[in-house]
Design a protein around this ligand. Sequence first.
Ligand code: HEM
Length: 358
Amino acid sequence: MNYETYLCLDQLLTAQRPLSLQNKRPAHDEWLFITVHHTYEIWFKQILIELDSILASLSSEQVEEREMDVVVARLERVNKIFHVIAGQFDILETMTPMDFLEFRDLIFQASGFQSYQFRLLENKLGLRPGDRLVYHEKPYTSDLSPKKADEVKASESAATLFDRLDAWLARTPFLAAKEFAFWDEYKKAVEVMFQHDEKFIRDNSTLSGDEKSRLVGVVHGQRQMFVDLFNERAYDEQRARGEWRLSYRAIHAAFLIQLYRDQPIFHLPFRLITEVLNLDSHLAQWRYRHALMVKRMLGMRMGSGGSVGEKYLRETTDKHKIFEDFYKLTTFFIPRSRLPKLPDEFARQLDFAFKSGR
Ligand code: HEM
């Protein structure tokens, strides 16, 4: 065993085979093009390894605190990888569009759209088939090899980070505490915030009457959405319309954890939610960065996979979000200084005593 054999360098370093060389019309930048794609795929593989381990940890009925620490650490790792790989487009952009055109015709219909690891990654995170942007009126798996298409299809109905997280949040024991009446206090504080927002709009002399009515309508809509957050039937109706995705119990847990994140028992769950938010942001940044690069390389040309190119990619940045609910909840946050005090008994329970039952 040595460095070369341990890392299988022979296989790794002979996998870059520029078609332009084989076709006797060498295009120097094709080396870079292949290297950058390979490094992405290797990082996607690492992300999938981390995700699988996270899903396995979250699959048990009762996840130990120690295990949650590992889950958060691995999510952090995934985020660091995403952060670094988004920067790799900088390297690819040292290739000019004309240098790309030197070999683009040789790639023919090969496209990142057929990256099965990227599809697995999206599915394991929780991107649902019905939420996908319809592309070329074909299933997103249609250009994969039958074996890879089966693997990707199977991942649609397998465990996802979203579902595991939802189940874990919904199981949090503090939701059952009878001191939960403190939500009523919180509702009053939020109502004050909405009244303040409405007054701010009505007193704004730079807005026309129509603009004021429209903006006040938006505030009223948000107020109703907040009220419905505490009415299971109304919430489930909103959920059925696609306005929320988290289950009724999970959304309350996510809310409480973020509001009272200073409570010792919420420290780890708060970090978990933060990492999940980061994950959605990183993926969106990756998508947007890729779309910008594609615009630079192709202008208005079609993609080699047959899409409308940059426009399709830009739209996925917005549409293919997974953990949007955690962002939406922010609408109902209030300044920390106005947070209602937790009832003493409840606060005592949250002070790491919950588990031991002290
Ligand atoms: C010159 C460089 C690149 C160009 C011009 C380009 C172009 C495109 C285009 C136009 C699409 C849309 C599908 C299609 O019609 O083909 C696409 C999708 C995709 N590309 Fe790239 N790409 C480039 C580099 C990369 C790199 C380095 C990666 C890294 C793995 C990548 C990964 C992907 C993925 C995963 C998709 C599917 C995105 C989705 O459906 O949401 N691309 N690319």
